[in-house]
Ligand binder design. Structure first.
Ligand code: HEC
Ligand code: HEC
Ligand code: HEC
Ligand code: HEC
Ligand code: HEC
Ligand code: HEC
Ligand code: HEC
Ligand code: HEC
Ligand code: HEC
Length: 423
């Protein structure tokens, strides 16, 4: 600890002297400052272990900002003499114990005055948050298997978090957490299943992230937070779904489940959707049969099952009516009719069906019915328009036959007339 304080003091003294009040975000060309003997010597060492950090310095955010090896390790970066440069009396720390790493990184990152000079927009709460997390709590008790700052960010070649190559970038953070959380042998020691990574990789969320590049889809850190026990603004991980799916949350809060689940300490959304392997839900989930979610807690004869059957029935009728009307409108269109009005009705029907599927979270058949009735009204209107168009097609066809007949008759008459004149 003493070493560490010394290191921090040297770092700050050095910062003040060598980079005397650099304007924030000054980009220094890597390796260009006169006083970085650490990198200069290490980059030429034979031992790969000692050379690697120096080779990584080029793209390192710290190095780019003029924070050299000594920023973390202390020592004297102005001396070309190894014994002087790496003298513990000058605050040098060669090997960090894992336990010391968060405090070391935090010596700058928790110091708002220091950070302000470089990057005024970066929060300075990582260490404070980290101490509240399972990782931080376990580390404080001496458990060194948990993540420290460098497990997630690296120590050398640290990249900005919005750099797509960073190990904490949304598309990559899963594998970063997975280095430990995918290790079932390690995780079972803590009573954790260790299947979170495989499960998450089956989810709609992961699919959205990797196939649609939809960065708004949640990764491990969206639900669990990066540094703290939970993400900022969420009291428990179980409440996190509602931050991105507010309408489903609102409807759930109107349901009898809200109080019932709270009394049973049953989480709101996960009871039906799970947490990691969240799949695309369908109408077919509603019921008490096998693989139907209501059946986990309700059975035939109780009020929950009765509601489930009513809701499922209403959705089925609405879906069937939508499919029917869509098919009919489509056929008429292929016959060459313009059906813009019917398309608007079908779109209305679709919208109401989507709302009905959200309303199922109230588990109130009347509320779902209101929407499915709107679906039926819209599909009914589309049907009527299609029927009119079909009549129009028939009328035009009849008209065509009659006019063709008249033309044919006229032709025949003309032919007779011509022949008569020839004679
Ligand atoms: C003149 C060359 C030279 C300079 C200058 C130098 N080093 Fe080293 N460094 C070495 C060598 C050689 C070793 C391996 C032998 C040893 O541990 O002393 C080493 C080892 C290290 C280690 C690993 C220590 C361990 O216990 O495993 C760290 C970390 C390190 N240096 C950081 C620094 C920092 C920070 C600076 C600048 C303040 C610096 N070095 C300056 C040559 C140098
Ligand atoms: C942002 C802080 C930071 C900077 C800057 C930094 N290091 Fe390190 N270094 C660490 C941490 C943390 C570790 C321990 C790695 C771990 O356990 O994950 C480490 C480990 C090392 C080791 C391995 C020690 C061992 O025996 O395991 C060497 C060698 C080293 N650093 C050299 C350097 C050199 C040379 C530079 C400059 C080019 C440098 N470091 C810059 C934080 C830093
Ligand atoms: C369990 C993995 C993990 C650990 C441990 C961790 N971080 Fe992070 N860190 C992240 C992730 C993920 C982000 C990206 C957050 C985001 O995108 O909102 C991040 C973001 C950051 C940022 C950018 C600003 C911010 O807060 O978003 C800094 C700086 C940072 N971390 C420093 C640290 C320091 C210092 C420590 C140790 C006290 C630490 N981190 C420990 C995963 C981690
Ligand atoms: C000597 C002070 C100092 C130490 C020690 C330090 N950092 Fe930094 N770090 C900074 C500064 C200053 C920046 C801001 C650079 C910028 O973005 O302009 C920064 C930036 C970062 C970023 C990029 C944040 C972003 O913009 O997305 C990460 C991640 C980070 N540090 C992690 C660490 C980790 C991990 C450690 C410990 C292994 C550490 N830092 C130790 C000063 C330090
Ligand atoms: C270096 C290994 C390591 C890395 C990397 C790591 N973790 Fe952990 N994590 C652990 C260990 C070990 C525990 C068990 C700690 C305990 O229970 O005392 C843990 C515990 C947790 C817990 C608490 C689980 C519970 O309820 O008991 C969560 C949540 C968690 N980690 C999330 C993450 C996330 C998210 C990431 C990536 C951003 C991550 N971890 C990266 C090792 C790691
Ligand atoms: C959509 C939100 C969400 C995402 C994404 C997510 N989790 Fe979870 N995770 C949860 C919820 C909810 C729980 C239930 C425990 C709780 O309420 O704290 C949980 C539990 C856990 C646990 C404790 C499991 C146990 O057996 O005790 C770990 C460890 C964990 N998650 C790690 C991860 C990792 C690693 C990732 C990324 C691959 C991840 N989670 C992605 C929401 C999420
Ligand atoms: C950070 C925001 C975020 C969080 C947190 C979040 N989701 Fe999502 N969720 C999304 C996004 C974005 C999609 C859209 C994926 C797509 O493109 O299909 C989605 C899709 C879904 C879907 C599939 C919708 C469909 O029509 O297929 C379900 C179900 C779902 N989330 C449930 C949950 C549950 C349950 C939780 C909490 C455990 C949760 N989500 C947490 C953003 C989030
Ligand atoms: C009682 C079981 C249950 C609970 C609790 C539940 N859901 Fe659902 N959820 C469903 C079913 C069933 C569907 C499928 C609806 C459909 O397609 O007919 C669904 C669909 C969804 C969808 C897909 C879009 C949609 O509305 O059709 C999202 C997103 C979603 N739920 C999020 C949540 C969130 C967030 C919570 C917690 C606030 C939650 N759900 C709680 C059963 C539940
Ligand atoms: C995780 C367990 C669980 C799941 C899954 C679940 N319920 Fe419930 N439900 C309860 C509990 C507990 C109550 C309150 C006690 C009771 O009345 O049985 C309740 C109450 C109800 C009620 C009010 C009953 C009354 O007496 O007024 C309805 C309606 C209902 N649920 C419908 C559903 C539907 C529909 C589904 C599937 C989409 C579903 N539930 C899924 C646990 C669950």
């Amino acid at each position: 600890m003493r070493n560490h304080l010394l290191a921090a003091a040297v770092v700050l003294a050095h910062a003040a002297a060598a980079w005397a009040v650099p304007p924030a975000n000054v980009v220094r060309a890597p390796g260009k400052h006169a006083e970085d003997t650490c990198t200069a010597c290490h980059v030429a060492l034979d031992d790969e272990h000692l050379r690697a950090p120096a080779l990584l310095a080029n793209g390192d955010i710290h190095h780019t900002q003029g924070i050299t090896c000594a920023g973390c390790h202390g020592g004297d970066p102005a001396s070309e003499n190894a014994a002087v440069a790496m003298n513990p009396a000058r605050g040098f720390v060669g090997k960090f114990s894992r336990r010391a790493i968060p405090e070391m990184c935090g010596s700058c990152h928790s110091d708002p005055t220091f950070m302000l000079r470089y990057a005024p927009n970066i929060p300075t709460d990582q260490l404070a948050q980290y101490r509240t997390s399972k990782h931080g709590l376990a580390l404080a008790k001496g458990d060194t298997s948990v993540a420290v700052c460098s497990s997630c960010h690296g120590a050398h070649g640290v990249l900005q978090v919005n750099d797509a190559r960073s190990p904490v970038y949304p598309t990559r953070v899963v594998d970063t957490c997975g280095r430990c959380h995918g290790d079932a042998a390690l995780m079972t020691r803590y009573g954790i299943k260790g299947n979170e990574i495989t499960e998450y990789k089956q989810s709609v969320h992961y699919a959205a992230l990797v196939t649609k590049n939809d960065l708004s889809a949640p990764t491990c850190k969206s639900c669990h937070g990066a540094h703290g026990a939970t993400p900022p603004g969420v009291s428990s991980v179980s409440n996190v779904c509602g931050t991105c799916h507010p309408t489903q949350r609102e409807r759930f809060d109107l349901s009898p489940h809200k109080d019932a689940f709270a009394a049973l300490q049953q989480p709101a959304c996960e009871s039906c959707h799970g947490n990691h392997a969240i799949l695309h839900p369908t109408d077919g989930w509603i019921g008490v049969g096998e693989k139907q979610v209501c059946g986990n807690c309700h059975s035939v004869g109780d009020a929950g099952a009765t509601a489930a059957f009513a809701i499922a029935g209403a959705l089925e009728r609405a879906t069937a009516a939508t499919a029917g009307a869509e098919g009919r409108v489509d056929r008429v269109k292929r016959a060459g009719m313009l059906m813009d009005d019917a398309d608007v009705k079908l779109e209305d029907a679709h919208q109401s069906l989507v709302v009905a599927q959200v309303e199922i979270h109230t588990v109130n058949p009347t509320r779902v019915d209101e929407q499915t009735k709107a679906v039926l009204a819209s599909t009914g209107a589309a049907d009527t328009l299609a029927a009119k168009a079909e009549a129009e097609i028939r009328y035009r066809r009849t008209g065509l036959f009659i006019s063709l007949g008249v033309i044919a008759l006229a032709m025949v008459a003309l032919i007779f007339k011509v022949r008569a004149m020839e004679r």
